[in-house]
Design a protein around this ligand. Sequence first.
Ligand code: ADP
Length: 327
Amino acid sequence: MGTEPDLELVKLTKRYGDTTAVDAISHRFKSGVYACLLGPSGCGKSSTLRMIAGHEDVSDGAIVLSGRDVSHLPPAKRGTAMMFQNYALFPHLSVRDNVAFSLRMAGVDKTERHRRADEMLELVEMTALSDRKPDQLSGGQQQRVALARALITRPQVLLLDEPLSALDPFLRIRMRAELKRLQRELGISFIHVTHGQDEALALADEIIVMNNAVIEQAGSAREVYNTPKTAFVARFMGGHNVLELPEGHIALRSDEMTVEAAGAGRIDGRVTGIEYQGTHVALTAEVVGGQEVTALLPDAAFLKTPKDLGEVIGLNWEDRVAHPVSA
Ligand code: ADP
């Protein structure tokens, strides 16, 4: 206790002129967590990350790392390190010298900085390419170098700004597993900014959903997905219907809805779309008030009682799967 290097944001605020990009957010990141800041473009994720890193001034509030207010310290003095989206490698330096760069700035002698750089290159499986220049590397390899370069400072918290967005979809999934492996091996906290809910679900111990400069909901990936508190979170996480019923708004997972004969469910709807997705069929229906609802049915279940476009059906769900959400 006390010595745990957790990171706390206290009413952290960022203003750019008249724009409030981050509005008094408070959150505590537990030590050793893989956290994702998730939300649509412009919601304040990068500003939050850059303030934690020290690359952006704090307008108000504080950043406390291991009990120490680091809000106004230069980036290299905070115990954090940042990996940038574009990797920002020096083109004229070898892989090894790129990784060792911050140690050179800190006046560490050549033998020691090469030893530590080689250690980091081994960690990211880049030993064989340590004499190459960045332009002789693939995107995925450049990313490994950028990671090694950030980790060599032995940060308590690694900050990653959309680290996978420059990679093709195949490589993105491979590097995603790689990031998770590294985080587990190192046991330090990773705070990863993304606008992709799949990426956050796959990686995060904790997801912090941001919207309009505030934290809309924070919790484990399962909590946020299964029990969204607001209509925004339910919609943004995907796989949910948000229904406005006389008794209020509810969120329902599409895969927890069933289809019955007209009048036999809780609400009736007219089928507006039938999409075959391999293992499932996504059936869309228009219900009261013109709202669209999607039921994701296992292929076999759909085939037992197939429905047609324009047909009126009953939609059903169990009480336990309906979560009240605020608008
Ligand atoms: P996100 O990372 O979620 O896309 P940002 O933190 O980049 O969001 O931006 C949040 C808001 O702050 C946006 O409205 C954006 O236009 C604004 N913003 C970001 N950086 C600057 C800047 N340097 N100057 C002025 N406004 C900015």
